[in-house]
Ligand binder design. Structure first.
Ligand code: D61
Ligand code: MG
Length: 430
């Protein structure tokens, strides 16, 4: 008999190449897990991505699609099963699906069972929502549970099966997925509404109907004010999951698993901060820049980094709240709750001491900018490294300022630097 590893060594290169092609963000974090768990998570990803390719292909008729979604969990055991759909790299994944099944069959039985179970539940949930719209906020949470909360549950099972982690609570695992999925659904409004041949709608009617008559009306220029208010309502809804994410992440023991879980969550709060009050969500693609993404990946290693990043991103979000927004109070109270958790953790003490030093009071600039309000304070909070082009670029992007407005920020940056010399400060970031 051949040793079980030999198959994986044949299909392994395909699976990792495929992973890089179909996942812009997850390939990097999956890659840094330890071997055995890395293979399981990679196959888990590819199986679910294939299932999602079926769900996402709006050209497949419902009566064809639903049975495939329902039976998908059994297709992973069948090396000959094949269904052509999707486009570009997703099409290659579907065409070559037998290589994914082959790799799946090489995994340990514990991993296989966990993947099968989640695939079955996700397929059933997706099938349910093929014929049903996301009406209420409960529907929205239910849909997000199927497509992302279940991934959180499955990953917790895989971590436990690897012997590296304790079993996490189900509701916390679910929240990990909901926070990521909601950030995606918010950011992808335009892409989903413009989907051909049929638009895809995940924003719940219970939220958008407060602002417009049809979800697609949000993209028209004459509804800009309502669109941004609706967007802010959606972001406020997503923020409720942040605290469960802290609980989940802080209980992790293995450093590689920690990074794997923490990095996407930091990116999600970054995406929410970027999208908040930003009309560009309805005009084109709003994404964190590569440089900022690279920094998040590089600097998310321990719990204090997570609290620090959530604190910084929520400061930026807070600085964008317009007091005339119908949900301003609600958004502010959710931000304050997140910041309180970060502060109460105790790991930010050194930073806060420095920031609350009275000498910084002199740096409370209040520039009237058309798209946002900020103070020198917020600006300082976000600087953890020496000022350089990347940092300034990242901050401009996060605050969604155009180059035309940038000079104000750059001026503030230099004033801050100047003040540091004047006041002979030892602020550790400089
Ligand atoms: C820790 C670390 C990663 C986590 C986690 C906890 C909990 C949940 C998740 C990742 C899942 C988050 C999904 C958020 C992104 N949304 C999508 O990709 C949508 O598809 C959902 C169905 C397929 C899910 C596939 C998946 C995703 C991430 C994984 C994974 C499986 C397995 C392991 C690790 C991460 C979205 O896709 C379209 C697109 O954005 O391209 C959609 O169709 O709505
Ligand atoms: Mg999908």
């Amino acid at each position: 008999m051949r040793p079980s590893r030999s198959h994986l060594s044949l299909t392994g290169p395909f699976c990792y190449t495929m992973l890089h092609k179909v996942s812009r963000s997850f390939a990097l974090v999956i890659q840094q897990l330890d071997t055995d768990l890395r293979n399981a998570v990679c196959i888990f990803y590819l199986v679910l991505r294939a299932l999602d390719t079926v769900e996402d292909d709006t050209s497949i008729p419902t009566e064809v699609k639903v049975p495939i979604l329902l039976a998908f969990h059994s297709h992973v055991y069948d090396r000959d099963w094949h269904f052509a759909c999707g486009t570009n790299d997703y099409k290659v994944l579907m065409d070559q699906f037998h290589l994914v099944s082959t790799a799946f069959l090489e995994l340990g039985k514990g991993y296989q069972k966990a993947i099968e179970d989640i695939t079955q539940k996700m397929g059933a949930g997706m099938a349910k929502f093929i014929c049903k719209e996301v009406e209420t906020i409960d529907d929205y949470d239910e849909y997000c549970h199927y497509v992302a909360g279940l991934v959180g549950l499955g990953l917790s099972k895989l971590f436990y099966a690897s012997g590296k982690e304790d079993m996490a609570a189900e509701d916390l695992s679910n929240s990990m997925g909901l926070f990521l999925q909601k950030a995606n659904i918010i950011r992808d409004y335009l892409e989903d509404i413009n989907e051909i041949p049929k638009s895809r709608m995940f924003w719940p009617r219970e939220i958008w109907s407060k602002y417009v008559n049809k979800l697609e009306d949000l993209k028209y220029e004459e509804n800009s004010v309502k669109a941004v208010e609706c967007l802010n309502d959606m972001v406020t809804n997503a923020l409720t999951h942040a605290e469960d994410c802290f609980k989940y992440i802080s209980a992790l023991k293995n450093p590689a698993i920690f990074r794997f879980c923490a990095i996407p969550q930091v990116m999600a709060i970054g995406t929410l901060a970027l999208c908040y009050n930003n009309i560009e969500v309805f005009r084109g693609v709003v994404k964190m820049r590569r440089g900022l993404t690279a920094k998040v990946i590089d600097r998310t290693n321990k719990m204090s980094d997570v609290y620090g990043a959530f604190y910084d991103f929520s400061c930026m979000l807070k600085s964008k709240i317009n007091k005339n927004d119908p949900n301003a109070t609600k958004t502010l109270s959710r931000i304050n709750a997140i910041q309180k958790t970060c502060i109460d953790s105790g790991v930010l003490n050194r930073r806060l001491e420095i920031l609350h030093n009275p000498k910084w009071a002199k740096l409370q600039f209040n520039h009237d900018c058309p798209t946002f309000h900020y103070t020198g304070h917020h600006f300082l909070v976000s600087l953890r490294q020496p000022i350089n082009k990347l940092v300034i670029g990242g901050i401009l992007e996060l605050l969604s300022v155009s180059m035309g407005e940038a000079y104000v920020l750059i001026e503030v940056a230099f004033l801050c630097l100047y003040a540091v010399f004047l006041l002979d400060s030892v602020y550790p970031i400089f």
